[in-house]
Design a protein around this ligand. Structure first.
Ligand SMILES: CC(C)(COP(=O)(O)OP(=O)(O)OC[C@H]1O[C@@H](n2cnc3c(N)ncnc32)[C@H](O)[C@@H]1OP(=O)(O)O)[C@@H](O)C(=O)NCCC(=O)NCCS
Length: 167
């Protein structure tokens, strides 16, 4: 998929290096946006990175360089298999507001529809107003709040739970 500025591709284990680069950039630059820390992922071996690519991973490329990321994680229990979460969403700061994030989410939604998913969900730090606003614009609605969902540098942060019906 072409967003006009970048190209979005679902990448496979033959491109683990692109995944590693953009995921570690996201965790380093935006520590409050994710449940995992940079340190959690920096220590992973090649097999563990490939293992995390068993589910769909989409990367936005600009001039061959990874600049954005989004993943899809489906519920495993059979009665929940119509649900999946959007995870790891990130766009490099210099490319925000350009439509790269739209392209990533649209690619994840298309993939999810193809898998028969009817409900997408996500968790976002309540204070992350740009991300909340972005997801609202994509049609997600707030369905709940997890108090003290994350502890970062000794402080608790709430998560907002959001959902989008795509069936
Ligand atoms: C979340 C993210 C992918 C969205 O991409 P983006 O290019 O910034 O998204 P957009 O510019 O299309 O939309 C952001 C919206 O928030 C608004 N916004 C930007 N900064 C804001 C702020 N500080 N407060 C409130 N709204 C803000 C923008 O105006 C825009 O709203 P609009 O469409 O009504 O104009 C990107 O911001 C990002 O990578 N953030 C860091 C990582 C992150 O938070 N990931 C989400 C994990 S759940």
């Amino acid at each position: 998929m072409d967003t006009g500025i970048s190209t979005i591709r679902r990448i496979g284990t033959d491109n683990v290096e692109a995944f590693r680069r953009i995921r570690l950039e996201a965790l380093r630059e935006e520590p409050l946006a994710y449940a995992s820390s940079y340190e959690d992922w920096a220590v992973l071996g090649d097999d563990e990175w490939r293992d995390r690519m068993r589910e769909p991973v989409f990367v936005a490329f600009l001039a061959g360089e990874p600049v954005g990321l989004a993943g899809l994680s489906r519920q495993r229990p059979s009665r929940m298999a119509h649900r999946a979460s959007i995870v790891m969403v990130y766009v490099r700061k210099s490319l925000r507001g350009t439509g790269v994030a739209d392209g990533l989410i649209d690619a994840v939604i298309a993939e999810a529809r193809g898998m028969g998913i009817v409900q997408l969900e996500l968790a976002v730090t309540a204070e992350n107003r740009a991300a909340v606003r972005f997801y609202e614009r994509k049609g997600f609605v707030e369905i709940g709040r997890v108090p003290g969902a994350l502890i970062h540098e000794g402080r608790e942060f709430d998560d907002l739970m959001m959902a989008l019906r795509i069936g």
